[in-house]
Every structure is written in structure tokens, then in C-alpha cells.
Design a protein around this ligand. Structure first.
Ligand SMILES: Cc1cc2nc3c(=O)[nH]c(=O)nc-3n(C[C@H](O)[C@H](O)[C@H](O)COP(=O)(O)O)c2cc1C
Length: 308
């Protein structure tokens, strides 16, 4: 088997392997993301950056349970103005493809953040339209309202030149994600990332109250993998633009499953908690082994194979 059997082309950008760090893990410092790069991630996504500085929710905000995570971090971040020099440093330091993720409270503010990010001339940006645990102060996620999503993608596309590839990150919390994917595609998205976390809650029965201060949060990890796999399957049938499959990927088998339903890149987030930083290297080794046994020469040859 050739050494580069895992390499993929995503929106014209070459990734040495399809495994990318999901947004929200390892923050937005250049040193922590370059640590992930050293762990052999094929690409890295920054934590979502907003219009203004946000403190996020009050602790406890993250709970690990049965190999999964429930979080209500609440999009804490320093805001775009403070983040721009950090992002510029990252662009210099990180050699694998970097995806800059962002969010805002209104579509107009999304466009304002995008305008600032494009001054850095990144190759890839991700519009996080789908954070589920900030309804109280940010309103319902754009990605659960077809009209809001349409206007959002249109407004952001207007300020993002075609040379910068725009990924739109969708929510699994909708009856039919393929409708949302089609809307994003028709308004100019270059790719889709699916999925963000699934809303959930855990109760401390001794305290007789939810464990998180925010009460509810977003569920991630292996518990949501079948949800994510179906989302990618449905999107692949409906749209032509490439997909980042994300949600519960922990092993080489999981990553191949995502590719077989139609993902080009595969995001890895919560598995860092369950398998440690070497998870990127381990998943690649597992993928290579399965591919060798199954006579799979490259990932393109099995992309969407589950659709028959
Ligand atoms: C602690 C935590 C923080 C997150 N922060 C963000 C974020 O800032 N932006 C975003 O788009 N997604 C964020 N996510 C969602 C992840 O990027 C990903 O969509 C989700 O965790 C599912 O993938 P996984 O099961 O591999 O973790 C966060 C998830 C967790 C657990």
C-alpha cells in the first residue's frame, strides 16, 4: 500500500490524512493547535470565535460520562479583534490546513466577523451556525431555521471571496438535515460540516438538579455517532459539495464508516478525551490496517460506497 493512501483533496486543499480536529477542543492558541498537528491530525479547526468577547457559561460546563461528553461551555472566546493576531500567528506556525471557525448573535454580526477574518486570507473558514446551548442569549441556532440559515449564508458569502472556501456547520437537531444542506449549498457554501452536538441533560439525583449550571448542554462522543452517520448519509444524497463527517468518531472503523456514507474529511473531538492526544495517529493506523485487509487503495474509492 502506498504511503499516501489516506491523503484527500478537500475544496482544492490537500490534506495528508482525512482526520481533522473538531472546533472547540484545544482552544485558539497557536501552541495548543500546533500540539494537535504534531499528534498527526490532517488539519485543525479553531474554537469558534465571536463578534465580541464572551465569558461563556458558569462552571460546571463540561461533564464526561460513559466515554461521552455533555457540554455547555457557551462559546467562551476573546472576540474577533483580540483573536486576529493569534490567528495570524497560527497561520504561520501550523503547517497542516487550518479552518477558522466563527459565530455571532445576528447574521449582520456574522458577516462583520467574516469580513475581519478574510483580511487574513485563510484558505478555509467555518460558519458555526449550530451551537445548541446558547439559546438563552443568542437565540435558536441559525441551522435549525431554514429561512434564517438561508439569509445567514447569503450575507456571509457576500463578504467572503470565492477564493476562500466557506464551510457551513449544521445541527443534527432538525427533522431533515438534507434540506439545510441544500439551502447552504444554494446560497454559496463550498462545503458542509455535520454535525454539532445533540441537546441533552444529565441529572444529579442526590442534588435533585441538572449537573450543568446551564441545566442542558450538547451531547458529543460515541453516543451520537449513529446520528452523525445518518446526517452525512442524507446530506451526501442531497448535495454536491463535500462534507466533513463529525460526531462520535473514535476508531479507524468509525472514520471509514463516515467516508463510506459520503464524508471527505472526518472530524475528531470528544475522542481526544477518551483516547488521548495520540488518537489521530491511532485512528490512521487502524484505518490503514483495515484498508490493507479489505484491499482498499485510497479513500476516494470508498467515498459514498454505503449508498450502493
Ligand atoms: C467542550 C466542547 C466545546 C465545543 N465547542 C465548539 C465550538 O466552539 N464550535 C463548534 O462549532 N463546535 C464546538 N463543539 C462541537 C464539536 O466541534 C463537535 O461538533 C461535537 O463535539 C461532535 O463531535 P465529537 O463527538 O467528535 O466530539 C464543542 C464540543 C465540545 C464537547
Amino acid at each position: 500500500m502506498k504511503k499516501n493512501s489516506l491523503s484527500v483533496n478537500f475544496c482544492g486543499v490537500k490534506f495528508e490524512n482525512p482526520l481533522i480536529l473538531a472546533s472547540g477542543f484545544m482552544g485558539i492558541s497557536a501552541s495548543s493547535l500546533s500540539y494537535v498537528e504534531k499528534s498527526r491530525a490532517g488539519g485543525v479547526t479553531t474554537k469558534s470565535i465571536g463578534h465580541l468577547e464572551r465569558m461563556g457559561h458558569t462552571s460546571p460546563t463540561v461533564l464526561a460520562w460513559s466515554g461521552n461528553i455533555l457540554n455547555a461551555v457557551g462559546l467562551s472566546n476573546p472576540g474577533i479583534d483580540q483573536s486576529l493576531p493569534i490567528l495570524a500567528m497560527m497561520q504561520k506556525k501550523i503547517k497542516v490546513p487550518l479552518i477558522i471557525s466563527f459565530f455571532a448573535d445576528t447574521d449582520t454580526n456574522y458577516a462583520k466577523v467574516a469580513q475581519k477574518i478574510v483580511t487574513l486570507k485563510p484558505k478555509l473558514i467555518e460558519v458555526n451556525a449550530s451551537c445548541p446551548n446558547t439559546q438563552d442569549d443568542l437565540g435558536a441556532p441559525f441551522a435549525v431555521d431554514s429561512n434564517a440559515l438561508k439569509i445567514l449564508v447569503r450575507k456571509v458569502r457576500k463578504v467572503v471571496p470565492k477564493s476562500i472556501k466557506m464551510i457551513v456547520k449544521l445541527s443534527p437537531n432538525v427533522p431533515d438535515i438534507s434540506i439545510m444542506g441544500k439551502i447552504a449549498e444554494s446560497e454559496g457554501a463550498d462545503a458542509i460540516c455535520a454535525v454539532n452536538t445533540v441537546p441533552g441533560m444529565i441529572i444529579d439525583i442526590y442534588a435533585r438538579r441538572p449537573v450543568l449550571t446551564n441545566k442542558s448542554g450538547g451531547v458529543s462522543g460515541k453516543a451520537i455517532k449513529p446520528v452523525a452517520v445518518k446526517a452525512v448519509y442524507d446530506l451526501y444524497k442531497a448535495i454536491k459539495i463535500p462534507i466533513i463527517g463529525l460526531g462520535g468518531v473514535e476508531t479507524g472503523q468509525d472514520a471509514l464508516e463516515m467516508i463510506m456514507v459520503g464524508a471527505t474529511l472526518v472530524g475528531v473531538g470528544s475522542a481526544i478525551y477518551s483516547r488521548g492526544m495520540k488518537v489521530f495517529k491511532h485512528i490512521q493506523q487502524e484505518m490503514t490496517e483495515i484498508m490493507k485487509d479489505e484491499g482498499i487503495k485510497n479513500l476516494e474509492s470508498i467515498k459514498g460506497a454505503a449508498h450502493g
